[in-house]
Design a protein around this ligand. Structure first.
Ligand code: CA
Length: 223
């Protein structure tokens, strides 16, 4: 899951980035509206966290412009305390949810997680492919009957593959949802991480079918 944070207060922006990265999200930060709008309209994100009062283009305007361009990425608006009018305007301009400052990181995380639950996954927070399961709340990954320990990046990659089970995903698609804009991605980074995942979810289970498949010339799929 890749998140864009558009917030001019560096302290808030950086603490959101740090917190979300610890939860295995890839996070880009823009400290003004112009850069934020540029990133939001050219890169692909799973959620955008958007402050309203911003230098450059303000948050409400960004929201309207993105929706006008048919970019439907879920948007969580951050509003200052008591600005009810802002909330109403924000939701009318196409935002999906709002959070009033000051907020705790737990509140923010709960909203972001709720927003990334796509309709296809409404049946629950546990993603399943064959006998492999991934719990997006507790981060528990299990291939029956064993619990599997993953690093944050391995988890993020597996979650992305499982949310798109049985679909072939290109390396570019994977990179743009699992790593942030500034990350040092070498051409074989995805292969390397796919290798790590295979070593944990396929190789130890000799009597079971391999779940991660390489689609030569296209990318990877799980299923
Ligand atoms: Ca602000």
């Amino acid at each position: 899951m890749r998140v864009l944070v558009i917030e001019d207060e560096h302290k808030i922006a950086n603490s959101i980035k740090k917190g979300l990265e610890q939860e295995a999200f890839a996070v880009d930060v823009a400290y003004d509206g112009t850069e934020g709008y540029d990133l939001a309209s050219t890169e692909s994100y799973d959620v955008i966290i958007l402050d309203l009062m911003l230098p450059g283009i303000d948050g409400m305007e960004i929201c309207k412009k993105l929706r006008a361009e048919k970019i439907h990425t879920p948007i969580l608006i951050l509003t200052a305390k008591g600005q009810l009018e802002d909330k109403v305007k924000g939701l009318n301009s196409g935002a999906d949810d709002y959070l009033t400052k000051p907020f705790t990181f737990e509140e923010l995380l709960a909203r972001v997680k709720a927003m990334t639950r796509r309709p296809a996954n409404l049946t629950g927070v546990v993603l399943k492919v064959d006998d492999l399961s991934l719990d997006t709340i507790s981060y528990e990954v299990k291939r029956e009957p064993r619990l599997i320990k993953l690093s944050a990046k391995e988890y993020a990659l597996l979650e992305y593959l499982m949310r798109h089970a049985n679909q072939t995903l290109s390396k570019d698609q994977i990179i743009s949802h699992v790593w942030n804009y500034d990350a040092d991605i070498l051409p074989n980074t995805v292969e390397v991480y796919i290798g790590y995942l295979r070593n944990k979810i396929d190789r130890p289970f000799k009597n079971k079918p391999a779940l991660i498949q390489t689609i030569r010339g296209f990318g990877y799929k799980i299923g």
